[in-house]
Design a protein around this ligand. Structure first.
Ligand code: 2RA
Length: 340
């Protein structure tokens, strides 16, 4: 006996990965439906060795369906997630719409799996922002050992986080640099992304930070510990898939780099690649298609008391979105949602 599962936004980067990961992890599915907007009607998407034709989200009745994975923008989510939830289908939403609602659990299973139990408040569970997910997976075991006081993080986020159009822009703009007459002007991004980096993700806020940076602060406090002070600088880089982060942590208690490395090696969801030599660290191209949150360059920061630096890389479409959502469903199944 399994679940009747809907994937909403099945033709997007994250929706496709949700279908891939549901199949890879053999999530107990009795029936699955791929939903998309009317203009994608009938588009074929893969679910393991099966091919699904997308159905029209606007016409879909979620009654009798168990779990709906949402991977669409906040505006459409605002219309269809409450509908699915009110029809008795548990929504696991990847948009930012519900993440900061105190009644809706925001979950990274390696960090706060027990929060899933509160899903009944609104029949909705929120998935975190991709740049938050990988970071809190790495911070959690260290926080448990030495209690984090402050985090300074700089991110190097791939263009797949923006979507397929951004990936096309990077590809075409990169080609255009070398082929006279084929230059591609910035469209998705305000400036050239090919051979460049852009210190701006999402909208600017009144204090000069961006909403992406605000998300990392707000979500870390909700998922891990509201007392952690965090400041972020989020940067877009010319990488197709895989977010990288340079993370500096100050702890309440002493923690040397060898103990930190040993703790991370044992922690759920983490793979440590950390040799102090050329190539002894992870890079984004190596994380694509993988489940792990990778940690490298673990070393003490002697400029502050109890300081540590490390490098963190993960596939933003997987642990940053689709994998985390499927893991939430797996926890939901184990803890509280009976099959069939
Ligand atoms: C990005 N975190 O990388 C945002 C949304 N996926 O663009």
């Amino acid at each position: 006996m399994g679940y009747r599962v809907a994937v909403v936004g099945a033709t997007g980067n994250v929706g496709k990965e949700m279908l891939n990961i549901l199949a890879e992890r053999e999530f107990p599915v009795d029936e699955i439906v791929a939903l998309a907007s009317r203009n994608s009607l009938g588009t074929e998407v893969s679910f393991g060795d099966k091919t699904l034709k997308t159905k029209d989200l606007a016409e879909f009745d979620f009654t009798g369906w168990d779990i709906a994975f949402f991977a669409i923008g906040s505006d459409a989510t605002k219309v269809y997630a409450p509908k699915a939830a009110s029809q008795g289908c548990v929504v696991i939403d990847n948009s930012s719409l519900y993440r900061y609602d105190p009644e809706i659990p925001l979950v990274v299973p390696e960090v706060n799996a027990e929060a899933v139990d509160n899903y009944k408040n609104k029949n909705i569970i929120a998935n975190p922002n991709c740049s938050t997910a990988q970071m809190v997976v790495a911070l959690k075991p260290l926080h448990d050992r030495a209690k984090i006081k402050r985090v300074v993080v700089s991110t190097y986020q791939s263009v797949s986080g923006t979507g397929k159009e951004a990936m096309d822009e990077l590809w075409n703009q990169t080609k255009g640099v070398f082929v006279p007459g084929q230059e591609v002007a910035p469209k998705v991004y305000p400036k050239q992304i090919a051979f460049n980096v852009i210190p701006h993700i999402d909208v600017f806020l009144d204090d000069g930070s961006t909403k992406e940076e605000w998300k990392m602060v707000a979500e870390t406090k909700k998922i891990l510990d509201k007392n952690i002070k965090l400041t972020a600088t989020c940067v877009r880089v010319p990488v197709f898939v895989g977010h990288s982060e340079s993370i500096n942590v100050e702890f309440e208690e002493p923690l040397d780099w060898q103990e930190a490395q040993a703790i991370l090696r044992e922690a759920p969801g983490i793979l440590v690649v950390d040799k102090r030599e050329a190539g002894g660290y992870i890079t984004p191209v190596e994380c694509v298609g993988e489940y792990a949150t990778y940690v490298s360059r673990i070393r003490e920061d002697s400029t502050v008391e109890n300081g540590l630096n490390f490098w963190c890389v993960s596939d933003n479409l997987r642990k940053g979105a689709a994998l985390n959502a499927v893991q939430i469903a797996e926890v939901l199944g184990k803890r509280c949602l009976k099959k069939g």
